[in-house]
Design a protein around this ligand. Structure first.
Ligand code: NAD
Ligand code: MG
Length: 397
């Protein structure tokens, strides 16, 4: 029987990896529904190639264009469209590859229905990890990580019982500024921050990797995915991005997972688990790599990491506030409105204003998300760069 996939985020970087995997294995996988934002020029060929039964886009206008172009396909849009794609009755697996907290409601809806959630959209677990994992447990579904570090941990955790695990060690490349003098961080341009040394990814996660907020979000993601407290989750810098993460067991054994840095590996793992299937993807040539380095992360260089641990310690709604503030800050940086160090500064200021409270529902999590976005937008003018004369200013939405 073919696995039938709902692909959330079909036009993104993980979306590309997913479509490539599905195309490699036409006998194993089929796409029944797809959701994307607004890149129709990329979405149309994907629809033509995979012929899903339902597609959703961000706006009503784009939905009308889609209906004209593909009269035989059910079309949705907006927040409800995302939920309809994820809960499509024929979908067995929902591949969550949207970016940001916009992915939460559809991930949660899929988990409640007992579908497999193959999850790249880490923000889902940062904002409401406890609720999403509880929903999957209650319905008999599972959440298999696509994020490479968590996919590595998922594999390494198969070597022992939960009581035998002493810690989870997440690796981080350190991003493009691992060795850049700290005194020059205010001069970092958008292009500098988008030049990731080892991975080619969407813009939001690439900026998160430069600030290391990405690893902070991943610590929170790991906490809920594997039910391990923050004190037993560590971060190690590993510039080559070959060892994707490690589990340390109580007897001192370290189990690491390695593979080339190509997201098709974790996508395939999450789709086929507990099976492993042969792939035509290139294998690692260890002698050619020669060296694998590991370093501690400098706290001064990566303040985002401490901030994420702080949010996790505050508990409840704090990670949701951290995540939303960071989304707004990254957007402002990408628009050229704030300098690089202001990303974490803005997120810290929102977190400082937030009174953490337990989260009872996804709706409550989304209210906190909304509050933190508004708080971040209020703080924004204080951190903004002066607009260069004659540029007409930034786009204020
Ligand atoms: P991306 O920006 O390349 O793609 C995001 C996708 O989501 C696009 O298809 C976009 O159209 C869609 N989208 C965004 N907002 C939407 C909305 N409001 N409605 C409908 N669709 C919307 O991002 P990406 O790099 O593919 O990352 C996706 C997720 O996977 C992120 O959470 C990221 O942290 C995680 N992740 C990515 C990688 C990677 O290699 N790219 C690795 C690990 C984890
Ligand atoms: Mg990752």
């Amino acid at each position: 029987m073919k696995k039938r996939i709902a692909l959330m985020g079909a036009t993104g970087s993980i979306g590309d990896s997913a479509l490539s995997v599905v195309s490699h294995f036409p006998d194993r996988f089929e796409i029944v529904s797809m959701a994307a934002g607004s890149r129709l020029e990329k979405l149309f060929p994907a629809i033509a190639a995979h012929r899903p039964k339902m597609v959703s886009v961000r706006t009503r206008e784009d939905a009308s264009r889609l209906r004209t172009e593909f009269p035989g396909i059910a079309v949705g849009w907006g927040a409800q469209g995302l939920i309809d794609v994820a809960t499509h009755p024929e979908a067995d697996v929902v591949l969550g590859a949207l970016v940001g907290s916009v992915g939460l409601a559809s991930s949660h809806a899929a988990a409640r229905l007992g579908k497999r959630l193959a999850l790249a959209n880490k923000e889902t677990l940062v904002v409401a990890g406890e609720l999403v994992m509880a929903a999957a447990r209650a319905s008999g579904g599972d959440v298999i990580p696509v994020d490479s570090e968590h996919c590595a941990l998922h594999q390494a955790l198969r070597c022992g019982a939960p009581s035998e695990v002493s810690k989870l060690m997440l690796t981080a490349s350190g991003g493009p500024f691992r060795t850049r003098p700290l005194s020059t961080f205010s001069d970092i341009t958008v292009a500098d921050a988008l030049a990731h040394p080892t991975w080619k990814m969407g813009p939001k996660i690439t900026i998160d990797s430069a600030t290391m907020m990405n690893k902070g979000l991943e610590v929170i993601e790991a906490r809920w995915l594997f039910d391990v407290p923050a004190e037993r989750i560590e971060v190690l810098l590993h510039p080559q991005s070959i060892v994707h993460s490690l589990v340390e067991y109580v007897d001192g054994s370290l189990i690491a997972q390695m593979s080339p840095n190509d997201m098709r590996f974790p996508v395939l793992y999450a789709l086929t688990f507990p099976e492993r299937v042969p792939t035509p993807l290139p294998k690692l040539d260890l002698p050619a790599l020669r060296t694998l380095e590991f370093h501690y992360a400098e706290t001064e260089r990566y303040p985002a990491l401490a901030l994420a641990y702080e949010a996790l310690a505050a508990g409840g709604s704090a990670p949701a506030a951290l995540n939303a503030a960071n989304e707004i800050a990254v957007e402002a940086f990408l628009e050229g409105r704030i300098p690089f160090p202001a990303i974490v500064e803005m997120t810290a200021r929102v977190l400082a204003r937030h009174a953490a409270a337990p989260l009872q529902s996804v709706e409550e999590a989304l209210e906190v998300d909304d509050w933190a976005r508004r708080a971040a937008r209020e703080i924004l003018p204080a951190l903004e760069r002066p607009t260069p004369a004659g540029t007409g200013g930034a786009n204020r939405s």
